[in-house]
Design a protein around this ligand. Sequence first.
Ligand SMILES: [Zn+2]
Length: 709
Amino acid sequence: MSSVASCPGPPAAPRAPEPAPVVEPTPVAVDPPPAPLPVPTGAPSPVSSPRATAATIAAAEAALLGKYGEPSRARIERGVAQVASLWRPEDGDLVAFVTAQFVDAPAALDALFARFEAQVEQVDGLVLELQRAMRWNADVDTGPMLGVDDLFASFDPGAHVVSDLFATKVAFVALLNFPLTTLADRLRDATSYTRRQWAEARLTGRFDTRIPGDLAAAASAAEANADAYIAGYNLWMHHVLGEDGGRRFPSGKRLISHWNLRDELKANYADPDGLAKQRTIVKVMERIVTQTIPAAVIDNPRLDWNPFTNAVVETPAAELEADLPPVRTTSADREPDTRFAQVLSHLAAARAADEFAPTAPSYLARAFDEAELPEERVRTLIVSILSSPNVAGAAKEIEARLGRPLGPQDLWYEFGGGDVPEAELDAATRKRYPTAKAFAADLPRILTNLGFPKAQAKTLATHIAVDPSRGAGHAMEARRRGDRPHLRTRVEAGGMDYKGYNIAVHELGHNVEQYFSLYEVDHTLLAGVPNTAFTEALAFLFQARDLTLLGRPAPRGEAERLRVLDHFWNTWEIAGSALVEIDVWHWLYEHPTATSAELREATVRIARATWDQYYAPVLGGQGDTALLGIYSHTISSPLYLFNYVLGHVIAFQIEEHLAGKNAKTFAAEFARMARFGAVLPDTWMINATGAPVGSDALLAATTRALAKP
Ligand SMILES: [Zn+2]
């Protein structure tokens, strides 16, 4: 029972973290990483580390064999082992339980499966509805918020559902009667699974882990601490001095690491003094990763800091931010590896939980299990991008555009997009959509223009609720037939501006996917898509057609070429950080007693080696560049970064498949892909495009883009 979906991580550079279920897309999406599960040290198999004793297991098997005989032996042994691996003494008499709940006859098993499918849909759907109701006043613009609204919003009625289903033994009935699969099983058998077998795998997959409450609480606490650490990690840029000791940034500019620092660096390309600013930001990032940053300068507007010399002095009174008292300390003591202590807290929580996740008994295993792609596949895909000949081609073009040799800061170069005359578009969308209601009323036309047949467009429009949003906008799925996905869009007093419209069209893509993947999927246990990268890819297909829907020509030619190169460069950029993180977590499992200083040394070493191998040849900085360790995700939600790489390549695969198709075919293909449901990513992609998940489409598009400057 995952949380309320919305518009999580799309294939783009991750931005600052968002409040819980809401996410907001822009052409570059955002992404609330999923709550990671914890990891262990040993690797007990489901059978070798049972919670029940061998004697109890033998007695349970004997009881069932006596009742159903040899023909059922395989199912009996499997079911008992699956139950025993998560059974606890307080669950009571295991033999009595399996004797009462084992189902043998095929017709009875069908009835049991149908019951589970129906009940799980109700649990998912109604929990989500309650959550949506509790968040209503925080998410939807209902006027001034009351102090209590944020507290209601933080109430998560789904938090204990899995644990309650174990306590009531409902979960054990599923584990006793249907196969629990590992990722390796699913990958091996993907081509032979029936739809019913996929649905059974999704049913038991909900119950593959049973983390004791105290361990789950410890993991949540580690996450909350890391989030708070990151949320407070700001730099006051007026007080960060340049290489020449001068001030380069205006007062009042407070940037959170690393998102804002990265975005500021990107924005500096348009600034005549930009290169000096960018080098200053790179130096700040290096100091953060290597933990040579003075602790006193973090989120402190009273100290001036030169990241090149590492000197710290009190800010002169004339340069103080308004209304700030002067501070006494000018300590230059470095941050004491606090950054890496956060990661060690995640590791401790993860290792404690490992033995309670029999099908994926390590944090690494669970991260790739979540994405349903094995680590070797992900690694190969990452390396195919890092080592692509397109890197040199793209670097050459950037160098020509900048008129100077590239440096480490150009890791975040932006190719820029098309020139959309935004003011003119603002006027058009404000006039067309003075309210959220007006946008809702236009849904049938929008959907028909996208190519959906009239009747289908009407069905879709009546099944999507549109609400005025407090934030930038998001999509909230439904999980029970009879309920509706919600589209949240922000409409200012003067009407919806173009940015708001662009986001609303993106969200509509999510909602349409959410309708097809719930209402038209054959098994509701398969509702949804394999992971967030897929729904983002589908939402971007809608978003890319937003101008056409306004009756304007779609961007093509040079704008399209730059869009492709920008995607490629972004993917290449994040691929290195993702690879570093994977290697760091292997090192952690090999050194479970490491100190935070040792983890810092290992991280810096791995980041520099990865830089030297893949980045230094085009960006320089050989030997001492640790920038690939800067992502805040690695501190707050470890091992999520590689999902962004997957997001980029998945988006390109789907785009390439639909390129040049007329509207009718586009809509029909969209529906066909979306109603296939939450199977393995490769299985989904083969159904959608004929090929498994891979980087070929992105690399081929990039090669074409580089061929015709
Ligand atoms: Zn989205």
